[in-house]
Design a protein around this ligand. Structure first.
Ligand code: ADP
Ligand code: ADP
Ligand code: ZN
Length: 214
């Protein structure tokens, strides 16, 4: 099973993708995580991407399309994959369709997680993750069971993304509405997209997703 999770920054794509990954044995492909790894490596592409990401702007389509194309060919994608953060523009969605056709693959579900803009700002500004295993948390909505200790790995170091601040969030939301919004219409026009209510609790959103995925 291959699926696309659509949703604005902070809608809960990463949180839900991790749960779907565990429940269905398919791999999460987050273009944001891939770009952050590239940036941490200090490569020329990584440096270019980091400047754009910190300004809340999208990186060029060509960079993302070739990155995801080679990732989908890896053996761990054979059981299926969850695209989290891709496609984000109509040219990316078109390139994905062409790429999958060439590979003899298809997308089974396109699901949009719908959340109000104000909630997104709150979610992004409170977001952090475990520095060791990457498990995601939130200052208010998803605290570790024991304060300061990761539920998953017991780690005690946490980190925040450099682009998770109110100023950048506004540009990211603007980019989402301008560039990614039309993708929802692109898939809906082909009768391919469904939506879940992302304003519910994390567990409720997971239940809605499982209802669609079966
Ligand atoms: P995205 O990948 O769409 O940017 P995340 O999954 O990283 O979003 O979620 C953003 C933040 O909001 C995280 O800190 C997460 O713990 C929290 N969060 C995710 N889903 C919900 C929800 N349904 N209700 C409240 N907080 C949520
Ligand atoms: P979010 O929490 O905003 O959903 P992501 O981790 O998906 O964050 O993306 C972080 C940043 O990485 C984006 O603001 C953008 O600069 C860049 N990025 C990620 N995916 C894409 C993509 N498909 N196309 C263009 N830029 C992307
Ligand atoms: Zn951890």
């Amino acid at each position: 099973m291959n699926l696309i999770l659509l949703g604005a920054p902070g809608a809960g794509k990463g949180t839900q993708a991790k749960r779907v990954e565990d429940a269905y044995g398919i791999v999460q492909l987050s273009t944001g995580d891939m770009l952050r790894a590239e940036a941490a490596s200090g490569s020329a592409i990584g440096r270019e991407a980091k400047t754009l990401m910190d300004a809340g702007q999208l990186v060029p389509d060509a960079m993302i399309i070739s990155m995801i194309g080679s990732r989908i060919d890896k053996p761990d994608c054979r059981n299926g994959f969850i695209l989290d953060g891709f496609p984000r523009t109509v040219p990316q969605a078109e390139a994905l369709d062409a790429m999958l056709k060439d590979k003899g693959l298809k997308i089974d579900h396109v699901i949009e997680i719908k959340v109000d803009d104000d909630a997104m700002v709150e979610r992004i500004c409170g977001r952090y993750s475990c520095a060791k295993c990457g498990a995601g948390y939130h200052d208010t909505f998803q605290k570790p069971k024991k304060e300061g200790v990761c539920d998953v790995c017991g780690g005690t170091e946490f980190k925040r993304r450099s682009d998770d601040n109110e100023a950048t969030v506004r540009s990211r939301l603007k980019a989402y509405h301008e560039k990614t919004g039309p993708i929802v219409a692109y898939y809906a026009g082909q009768g391919r997209s469904k939506a879940v209510d992302g304003m519910q609790s994390i567990d409720d959103v997971t239940r809605q997703l499982k209802g669609i995925l079966g």
